[in-house]
Design a protein around this ligand. Structure first.
Ligand SMILES: Nc1nc2c(ncn2[C@@H]2O[C@H](COP(=O)(O)OP(=O)(O)OP(=O)(O)O)[C@@H](O)[C@H]2O)c(=O)[nH]1
Ligand SMILES: [Mg+2]
Length: 217
């Protein structure tokens, strides 16, 4: 009888210990990093369609009057994207949304554009983004959509037409990246947005570590 009681007591102790160990060792997943981006580019360049393609929403879009806010949830990162309308009435107001709190800029361009005047306009708008003091630290992602369309230009021709070089420049801290996609094939959009997320993690790595340390203190 005494032996049975001792055995029951030992088994209960082992069970309690295992429950305690499980409860203490199950860690919360690390919080996702959050990044704020603005998405600009001429009207009809494909800004809304690109975000909708990821979110599996309609590609039959209408022009953005003002702005749209879309949240892109990826494995390790949440991207909060503010798409600003690209019509000539709205473009003068883009700069109101620039600021040091912007972690990255998506500049969307229709790579199949055939009208030279539209390329000139896109070049001027990209230049004003790159020259803005308020965005000097933000990486800029030039997204060339319409890769499924005839005559769509690739990375080298895009840089020639828009007159910029990818990578680091002397005048800005944020690097410039080129990404090609086609909104009709969601995997190309997914790949581009995943690259953006990874590049943002690298670009803002120090801030992320610093914030984590501050949270821990
Ligand atoms: N075939 C093809 N069509 C695309 C692509 N990207 C965008 N489109 C189409 O281009 C049209 C214009 O796209 P939007 O996303 O509305 O353009 P936007 O840049 O948001 O324009 P605004 O809001 O006026 O500044 C839509 O009919 C899209 O479906 C692409 O990669 N391939
Ligand atoms: Mg739009």
């Amino acid at each position: 009888m005494t032996q049975n009681l001792a055995l029951c007591f030992s088994v209960s102790r082992i069970c309690c210990y295992n429950i305690y160990k499980m409860a203490c060792c199950v860690k919360e997943p690390p919080p996702k990093e959050e990044f704020d981006l603005i998405c600009v580019g001429l009207d009809k360049s494909g800004k809304t369609a690109l975000l909708n393609s990821f979110l599996q929403d309609s590609l039959d879009t209408s022009p953005t009057t003002g702005f749209n806010i879309k949240d892109i949830h990826l494995d390790s990162v949440n991207l909060h994207v503010k798409e600003l309308g690209g019509s000539h009435q709205i473009r003068p107001y883009w700069a109101r949304y620039y600021g040091p709190d912007i972690h990255g800029v998506m500049f969307v361009v229709d790579a199949s554009e055939t009208d030279d005047s539209r390329w000139n306009l896109a070049r001027q708008e990209l230049r004003s983004v790159l020259d803005s003091d308020k965005l000097v630290d933000a990486p800029v992602f030039v997204l060339a959509t319409h890769q499924d369309c005839a005559g769509a230009c690739g990375e080298v021709e895009l840089m020639e037409r828009l007159q910029f070089s990818a990578g680091q420049s002397e005048s800005r801290n944020g690097e410039i990246f080129v990404l090609l996609c086609n909104v009709k094939q969601r995997d190309t959009v997914m790949l581009a947005l995943t690259k953006i997320a990874n590049l943002l993690l690298v670009a803002h790595g120090d801030d992320v570590i610093r914030n984590d340390q501050a949270d821990a203190d």
